[in-house]
Ligand binder design. Sequence first.
Ligand SMILES: *[C@@H]1O[C@H](CO)[C@@H](O)[C@H](O)[C@H]1NC(C)=O
Length: 333
Amino acid sequence: MHKDSCTDVFLSLGWRLRLCHPLISILFWYLLLYSSHGKKLNKHKPWIETSYHGVITENMDTVLLDPPLVALDKDAPVPYAATDSAFCVLFLSGEICAFKIHGQEAPFEAEVLNRTSGEGVLRARGPIDCEQQKEYTFIIQAYDCGASPSGANWKKSHKAVVHIQVDDVNEFSPVFREPLYRATVTEGKIYDSILQVEAWDQDCSPQYSQICNYEIVTQDTPFAIDRNGNIRNTERLSYDKQQHYKIMVTAYDCGQKRATESVSVHTDVKPVCKPGWQGWNKRVDYEPGTGSKQLFSKMHLETCDGPLSSVRAMVELQTIAKTKVSNPKRYSL
Ligand SMILES: *[C@@H]1O[C@H](CO)[C@@H](O)[C@H](O)[C@H]1NC(C)=O
């Protein structure tokens, strides 16, 4: 086969045709002549939908478009051949060559997947962060391949609006607003709410940013917490039994992600004021032969701010030896 009698044709999809039969070559050159009036070959502009709705999951790059991105061109797939003595580039004016996005700030790009079918795909150019921007709107246009290899006389479709919504990923865990919570309760009282703790979450969707539950991490405490973070006591607290409680609380967002750090809640129990003599002990140890000893140096009378007209006090002492109870001696004041 002599090379001279053959014609190499390069198709736009990267295929190569070698035309060697004279009749085929004649037909081909006929087409070539016909199509030298390139404008006749690209009569129609591509067609796309008027609007697209897309969804992208943050940190991913593929956009799911509804309807799918497809550009149609009514031009017949007539080959256009450039007149170059040795090569002919077969070009189909009914093909789609590009999708262009208008809107400088839109971090998306569109690519043609199949020039013949006009299918395209929309991708993110960089990481999409839902916490920064939840939705994007921009314009897309399809371009056909024109009527010559240089791209002259290409036609573009009308402008379609693309609206993209960014789906959230539960990246962030709840964080408490305060580093520590403090409360004071009076002993013997049952409270509906001693105090309220509050956590928040940086995620962008309601599901992953709202706090759905709080939990007391510390075991066996006389406290309970509700979904809104209100802490209450489940039993009456006694100042004599325990004056201070420290419990740890955690929070969950509505995607079940738990706070990375629990928060500390400190509760002080305040004694109820009981009128009477205070600051003394029933029992006083005395070492024999150690001289005199003051019995109730810190004793005071708590009146609880009540009115006081007269005070009468009586002290009764009973001596108990370490080994045996001696004859009780009573002293009166
Ligand atoms: C491109 O689309 C055409 C028409 O739908 C189809 O025949 C062809 O197989 C597709 N090419 C590829 C590579 O998928």
